[in-house]
Ligand binder design. Sequence first.
Ligand code: C5P
Length: 397
Amino acid sequence: MQKTVVLGVTGCVAIYKACEVLRGLQKAGVRVKVVMTKNATEFIQPAMFRALMREPVAVGLFDDAPGDPIHHISLAKEADLFLVAPCTANVMAKLAHGIADDLLTTTALATTAPIAIAPAMNVNMYDHVATQENMQTLKARGVRFIDAGEGYLACGDVGRGRLAEPDDIVAAAIEMLEVTHDLAGKHVLVTAGPTVEPIDPARYISNRSSGKTGFAIARAALNRGAKVTLVTGPVALGDVEGADMARVTTALQMRDAVDAAFDDADIAVFSAAVCDARPSNPSKRKLKKGADDEALMHIELTENPDILATMAGRKRPEQVVVGFAAETENVVANARAKLERKHADMIVGNLVGEGRGFATDENEVVFVYADRERRLPLMNKDDLAHAILDEALEKLE
Ligand code: C5P
């Protein structure tokens, strides 16, 4: 059946690229229905899109749509994908907060189709903490971002905020339309984020893991129809809607939460950066400089359990276990040693340090097996999540 993309077009200079997105989707055999904000019509007349689509363009909530009294609901239902390109900071903010005050935002709230956003705005608007928080909120909800590029912006500034290229937007949309429920009936367990090991009520040992990779894997697995358990250490990311969330603090708590879910899981992906050790005797009161110098300067540590090794050590043959190895050198050799030591089926090796890996949105990794390895190009964490699940699924079958 022909797929339908509802293309939301908002008011900014990059709007001319929306015409190319529309044409690209049509060339790929996709039916496109355009919904414009009022501001968008200040840049381009609806007649332009109407001519390209040969269908009416929707703008106002109360416009007459022939034979269709509740236009936002019918549009929402028709969509196999709701794509907002270009998306202004304002519309992104509305979508993040569930504001529905025009046809575009009302349709976005009413649709159950996947949503993709291609942002376009001035670099300072893009970098503003409000916009960044809105993006995180939407990402945590499963909205896919087709990231803005860097370059010269219409306002003369240079930086992030340029609308992604139409070809890339079309490719991402096509990919989303083709997502199959190939993980339906499967249970995917994911660990994510750092663990935090208290020294006293104020101090702790931890690491720089952001949890982004694990959360992306959980989202991708959900999109592919899996039941998902996400066990995460403390991170600044919102719940993944639809996942069974277990928020923990320490490695011991993470071990217990994973232990409870592991036997039922078909695929287990251990992306958490678990602290290797914890203070042996965390103090119940804050240690004081001076009086407690001895305890503060010589923190005794106890090794944490290796959660991956413990679980994979008892895995059934039909379970697939994926581990991670963040290395600053000799990635493949170190990953392969870990594969063996921890009884994993595959290790995702990645180079960290010098701005790579942690807390970024992109990653360059190598899949390491006992007898071979596969290098992947630099990709965003959403695409990497799907690549990992593809690989795990192949093992499962
Ligand atoms: O030994 P290393 O920490 O580099 O191993 C990384 C892999 O092992 C990751 O998949 C990580 O989630 C897992 N791991 C674990 N429990 C630990 C240490 C690491 O599950 N205590």
